[in-house]
Design a protein around this ligand. Structure first.
Ligand code: SAH
Length: 457
């Protein structure tokens, strides 16, 4: 079939921006042909230069604005948009929250689920400086050791000092480390040659505890001048509790290797989430926006209406954040997660918090559900917090057979949420309350939400 592509590379058009995609790109249409345009907002009139053409759509760049959206924020530092640190940073925060609510609403409408309501997105008072963790590549840029972030879709480092969405104490610690790397001439790893020493600097800071961990990811076993560098970090980062060297000698985009060597202080730091104390080691998964994670999970837990008598399943439980918070208010909790290291963390954290009614198992959630069902487990509440691809059909089938009164769906992807709402409906579960979006990642396009489903009786 011959497809008529009306646009060609390097042509310029003047057009109105119609829409904003879930990735945060503006959409203009030329003879009905969609052109995606970064940094363009609905309602704006722009001159677009076509940069790339495919069969079904094209990419373009704004050359000039004829009119600007009242929702536009002038981003001072271009690096935020270039790097994808803040792909929605050019949109006012109230408009970001509406955008996220509407994304879910639109997907529901497309699925003919118009009667399901979506509440306004729960946002942050201060929608920046929220990340408790940074993983920053180190590269040689024009003869100088630099820390920053990669330009979108590339490995070209844009040097950045103020990362905008990270805890400012983390930004400060990164600069201390960068200056020490410069002072002691530690060479950055070069992806082309596989040579060089330092690859990545990771810094974590407990939101409540204020404990800082610095991880230096090296390509080599040896870190030259390690003693001096450690002394410099201790002197320059007063809150530091742990300095770790992580060795990653693989040619890979995976940031951390498997070997950790504590250079100074503790092997782990601590922080609390929903009143539970968590130990965080270099490889541990830990939610990056603790303030909003608490609100998201609290919204999920509130839906369960626990009085101490219920049996709860927490599927995709990670390090057991939800399970351990729920355990205080439930008879027993069963957590399942595919990554064994996370389950070990969950068990460790249960013990440290003297929680004895939470059991954790490493398995695929869908397989474990089938087992629990076969064993006759009768949960009152099932909580699921799946990755972007949503839950497996077989998990829904096993849930129907175990027949909990409530299913609470924590979602990080509205598209699979809507698909799964339809599948749950086919298995006897209906959405019984408006969906609550919670903004876990301000300035980015990520959309998290909580949905309560209840069994038809
Ligand atoms: N509730 C968790 C985070 C959930 S993120 C917390 O608070 O920490 C989604 C989790 O699902 C990840 O930890 C991922 O490892 C896990 N996962 C992915 N696929 C899975 C599967 N098929 N079965 C069980 N867990 C899975």
């Amino acid at each position: 079939m011959k497809v008529n592509v009306p646009v060609h590379k390097n042509e310029e058009y003047q057009a109105a921006v119609m829409d904003l995609t879930y990735e945060g790109n503006g959409v203009v249409k030329i003879d009905d042909f969609p052109v995606f345009v970064p940094n363009a907002l609905p309602g704006e009139e722009v001159t677009v230069k076509i940069t790339k053409v495919t069969r079904n759509f094209a990419w373009g760049r704004v050359m000039e604005w004829q009119t600007k959206s009242p929702d536009r924020v002038d981003v001072k530092d271009k690096a935020y948009i270039q790097t994808g640190i803040a792909p929605l940073g050019h949109l006012k925060y109230e408009a970001q929250l509406k955008f996220k609510q509407h994304q879910i609403k639109e997907l529901l409408e497309k699925a003919h689920l118009d009667d399901i309501e979506v509440l306004p997105t729960m946002g942050m008072q201060k929608p920046y400086h929220y990340r408790n963790k940074a993983q920053v590549p180190v590269k040689m840029v024009r003869g100088k050791v630099e820390t920053g972030f990669y330009k979108r879709g590339s490995h070209n480092l844009v040097p950045i000092e103020d990362f905008y969405i990270q805890d400012p104490k983390i930004d400060e610690a990164i600069l201390v480390v960068r200056d020490l790397l410069r002072k002691y001439l530690v060479t950055p790893y070069d992806e082309q040659t596989g040579k060089g020493v330092i690859r990545t600097v990771m810094v974590r800071r407990g939101y409540y505890s204020h404990e800082i961990m610095v991880v230096l990811v090296t390509n080599t076993k040896r870190l030259p001048n390690a003693d001096e560098i450690v002394k410099g970090i201790v002197a320059g980062v007063p809150e530091v509790k742990s300095i770790v060297q992580n060795i990653n000698d693989k040619k890979t985009n995976v940031l951390l290797g498997m070997t950790n060597k504590t250079l100074w202080g503790a092997n782990e730091i601590h922080d609390t989430l929903l009143g539970i104390d968590f130990a965080i080691s270099p490889l541990s998964f830990y939610q990056v926006n603790p303030q909003q994670t608490e609100r998201l999970y609290q919204a999920a837990i509130d839906n369960a209406e626990l009085d101490g008598s219920q049996t709860v399943i927490d599927a995709y439980c990670g390090i057991g954040t939800i399970s351990l918070a729920v355990a205080k208010h439930a008879k027993e909790v069963y957590g399942v997660e595919i990554v064994d290291a996370a389950i070990q963390d969950a068990k460790h954290n249960a013990k440290r918090n003297s929680i004895t009614n939470a059991k954790f198992v490493t398995n695929k959630a869908e397989d474990q559900f089938a087992q629990w069902q076969a064993q006759g487990l009768k949960p009152d509440v099932v909580i699921v917090d799946p990755p972007r691809k949503g839950v497996a059909e077989s998990l829904i089938e096993a849930t129907e057979k175990m027949a909990p009164q409530k299913v609470i769906y924590v979602s990080c992807n509205p598209a699979t949420l809507v698909r799964d709402i339809q599948r749950f409906a086919d298995h006897g579960y209906q959405v019984s309350k408006p969906i609550q979006p919670v903004d876990q990642f301000p300035q980015t396009t990520h959309i998290e939400s909580v949905t309560l489903l209840e069994r038809d009786n």
